[in-house]
Design a protein around this ligand. Sequence first.
Ligand code: HEM
Length: 347
Amino acid sequence: MQHNKSVSNWLFFICFMLLCMIALGGYTRLTGSGLSIMDWKPITGMIPPLSHAEWVREFDLYKTIPQYQIINNGFGLDGFKQIFWAEWSHRFLGRLIGLVVLLPLIYFIIKGAITKKLAILLFVFFILGGLQGGIGWFMVHSGFRPDSTAVEPVRLVLHLSCAIALYIAILWTGLSVRNPQPDLSLEKNTVKPVRTLLWIDIVLLCITIIAGGFTAGTHAGHSFNSFPLMNGHLIPENYGSLSPFIANFIDNIATIQFNHRLLATLTVIMVFITLFVGLKSTVTKHVKDGLMLMGWAVLIQYALGITTLLLVVPVWAGTVHQAFAVVLLTTLIIALHRSRTIHTTSI
Ligand code: HEM
């Protein structure tokens, strides 16, 4: 039992670090810092430039890419250092998370505090975390091409989606370690509709987050800065105007932003239907509290989205909106976990 508590606390701490990582990723993107480090050195890259000559070397490398020539030309070494530190911190935190996963994992294995199954699962998460670093580099690399000044939206979405998937997996594992047994007083038939709705909410939320990734990646938040209308229309005029239609989801800013708004609105509606059904049912107070938390979180996230849009994406609002999406997701996962009825895990 004591072990369960320390292991789950450790896993929750990793989740907190991942949340910070996602927020820092948003900050890095919003300050246009992501392309400032042009080397991929998983170990030695941890050490930042230590002499003036090394700074000049890094800066000279950066000067060769279009982002510098078109957007940042002439911002000097001090300007470069600013964007460098943001990207360096993002990468450094990634490495730190790797250590915070690996070292306690070894310790808990030696202490016999975790089962073999859990140890393997956590080791897989460690490997996936490393892979996520590789995906980050795959994304960054797309911004170095002669015709681009930012990363490819599709790769940005891939990087964000993998971070979210890993976060869900670690959070669920932590919750299951803390509470291995479902609440025995919960009746399967009573809780089933709530669980089904929660599953729909989670899928819808993940799609909304992906749509948010495209909104961010295409800088769609810098257009149509009014709500609920877009240039005076509920559905913007050139919605779906590109051919083939699928191209609109990647290249048409009006479509991308409208889709994100629509999905976010559907998410709010579905979360409130879930809340209504849950509160009306005879599920335990524990589950109802989880649902209430989720209801508040979705309202805050929706308001943050509108604020970000109306203020034309200031760095603070974009960063908070991105990070709070993860907080909202956390509340949904907690609600789903609390509403388990059968023995689902033995880790
Ligand atoms: C359930 C509600 C919502 C969720 C979960 C959500 C999620 C997200 C996420 C995760 C991003 C950032 C993705 C990334 O940086 O890669 C994003 C971006 C954005 N969202 Fe939302 N969003 C929601 C509601 C809204 C609403 C209602 C609006 C406005 C009407 C909105 C406007 C925006 C804008 C303008 C961006 C781009 C910001 C930027 O460039 O950094 N969002 N959203």
